[in-house]
Ligand binder design. Structure first.
Ligand SMILES: NC(=O)c1ccc[n+]([C@@H]2O[C@H](COP(=O)([O-])OP(=O)(O)OC[C@H]3O[C@@H](n4cnc5c(N)ncnc54)[C@H](OP(=O)(O)O)[C@@H]3O)[C@@H](O)[C@H]2O)c1
Length: 283
C-alpha cells in the first residue's frame, strides 16, 4: 500500500517541490492549506488538499489521520505552533516519521535572533515527541535569487561577503523524499549545502545576466540607509529584510553537509545548470 505524507507549507517555495517529489516517488501526498483553491491551482489535481491551518489542532488532526509521515515546511509566525501541534498529535495518531525544515544557522549561540529561537523550540518539540524525525538545516536555496529582483532592479541590503553553498530546491526535495525511505535518516539533524560556494552578489549577477539582461548590475543599499528608510516610512518589510541581512552577515554559513550527502544523496545542481533550467522553463 502507498504511504501517505502530509505536507505542511506545501504551497511554499520549498514545500511545493517536496510535495511534487514525494508524489513522483510513489507516496500519496496530502497538503494542509489555508486556501485550498490556491493550493489546487499551484499543484494540480494529483494531491489531496485538506483545508486547514497548522494552528488549528482539529484540522491538523483530520489531515494527519492515516499518514505515515508529516513534513513541516511552514514559514512565518506559525512555524513553532506547527511543530508543536504535530509533535503532540503524532504519537497518538501513529505517525511514523516527522521531517522538519529548520535552517543552517539555527544553533544555540544564535538564539538571540527571534527566527532562530522559534526554530530551536520547534526542533526540541519534534525531538521530544518520541516519533522518529529528520531535521533539515538548509542554507540558501537558489530560488531565493528572484526575490532580490524588483521593479527592474537587482538590489541587496547590506554587505554579505561570505560565500554560500546555494542548493536547488528540487535537489532538497529529493533528499526529503529519501529521508522518508531510508531508516538511516531517522533521528538525524542534517545540513543541506549545494555543490558550489558563491557570494550572494556574484550569484545574483549571474542570475541577472541570463534571466534579466536588461538589469545592468547589482546594487547594494547600505544597512544603515535601509534601517533609516524603514524607520522614516514605517516600511515593516524593509525593516525585517534589513534585520535579516544583518543577521546573516553576522552568522555566516555554519554546518557540515557530509552526513546528509552520504545518507540522502548530495545536491548536484550547479548555479549555471539551475539558471539554464529556469531559462528553459520561461521560454
Ligand atoms: N527560503 C529560504 O531561503 C529558506 C532557507 C532555509 C530554511 N527555510 C525554511 O523553510 C521553511 C519553508 O520556507 P519557504 O521559503 O518555503 O516559505 P514560504 O514560501 O513562505 O512558505 C511558507 C508556507 O507555510 C504555510 N503556512 C504559513 N502559516 C501557515 C498556517 N498558519 N497554516 C497553514 N500553512 C501555513 C504557507 O501557506 P500559505 O500559502 O497559506 O501562505 C506556505 O505554504 C521555513 O521554515 C523557512 O524558515 C527557508
Amino acid at each position: 500500500m502507498q504511504k501517505t505524507i502530509l505536507v505542511l507549507g506545501g504551497t511554499g517555495m520549498l514545500g511545493v517541490p517536496v510535495a511534487r517529489r514525494l508524489k513522483a516517488d510513489g507516496f500519496e501526498v496530502r497538503i494542509l492549506a489555508r486556501d485550498p483553491a490556491k493550493a489546487q491551482a499551484l499543484l494540480g489535481d494529483d494531491f489531496a488538499i485538506c483545508e486547514g491551518d497548522v494552528t488549528d489542532c482539529a484540522s491538523l488532526e483530520l489531515a494527519s489521520e492515516g499518514c505515515h509521515g508529516v513534513h513541516v515546511s511552514v514559514g512565518g509566525d506559525s512555524e513553532y505552533r506547527a511543530a508543536e501541534n504535530v509533535s503532540n498529535q503524532a504519537p497518538r495518531l501513529g505517525i511514523k516519521h516527522i521531517t522538519y525544515v529548520s535552517g543552517s544557522t539555527v544553533r544555540e549561540q544564535n538564539d538571540w535572533y527571534p527566527m532562530v529561537h522559534q526554530k530551536l523550540m520547534a526542533e526540541s518539540a519534534i525531538q521530544e515527541s518520541g516519533v522518529p524525525y529528520t531535521i533539515f538545516c538548509p542554507t540558501w536555496p537558489m530560488e531565493q535569487l528572484p526575490r532580490f529582483v524588483r521593479d527592474g532592479r537587482a538590489m541587496l541590503i547590506g554587505d554579505l561577503p561570505a560565500p554560500y553553498h546555494w542548493f536547488a530546491a528540487d535537489d532538497f526535495a529529493a533528499m526529503v523524499s529519501n529521508a522518508f525511505q531510508r531508516e538511516a535518516a531517522r533521528n538525524k539533524r542534517l545540513y543541506v549545502h549545494g555543490p558550489e560556494a558563491i557570494t550572494v552578489k556574484s550569484a545574483l549577477e549571474r542570475y541577472c545576466q541570463t534571466l534579466h539582461p536588461e538589469i545592468k548590475g547589482v546594487s547594494a543599499m547600505p544597512l544603515f540607509l535601509a534601517r533609516l528608510m524603514a524607520a522614516v516610512t514605517g516600511n515593516q518589510m524593509l525593516k525585517f529584510a534589513a534585520g535579516l541581512m544583518d543577521y546573516f552577515r553576522k552568522v555566516g554559513e555554519p554546518g557540515d553537509p557530509t552526513e546528509a550527502n552520504e545518507l540522502l544523496g548530495a545536491p548536484t545542481t550547479t548555479l549555471d545548470a539551475w539558471i539554464a533550467q529556469r531559462r528553459k522553463a520561461m521560454a
